[in-house]
Design a protein around this ligand. Sequence first.
Ligand code: HEC
Length: 96
Amino acid sequence: MKGLSILLTTCLLAVMGLVTAVCSGAEQPAAAEPEKLFEATCSQCHPLSRPKGLRKAPLAWKDTVMKMKNVNGAKFTDEEAEIIINYLSEKYHLPL
Ligand code: HEC
């Protein structure tokens, strides 16, 4: 009987560990890594130096990112576009 409950406890702990691992793995949405999202999305057609060499106001970054999607055929969701626009607007803004 004792052996069985130890076995059960071990199983329970293993399952809990697995659930924790799966859950913590799942909470890594793109939103948590704007830089990685930007790098992966915007390096597909031209080097990252293309946007990185520029400084734009937030609305101009929005225009640029939406142009990549609507004119040049870049593939990303509106949600991802917003994350990238916010990232670029914060990091590559016009001198203050
Ligand atoms: C599907 C291919 C493709 C992807 C993906 C792409 N671009 Fe472009 N990009 C282009 C092409 C083609 C040009 C040159 C023509 C033009 O200016 O629109 C360009 C030009 C640019 C320019 C210079 C022109 C300007 O308007 O300032 C910037 C900045 C730029 N891209 C930023 C980005 C950013 C930021 C991303 C990620 C959201 C991105 N690109 C993703 C194809 C792409």
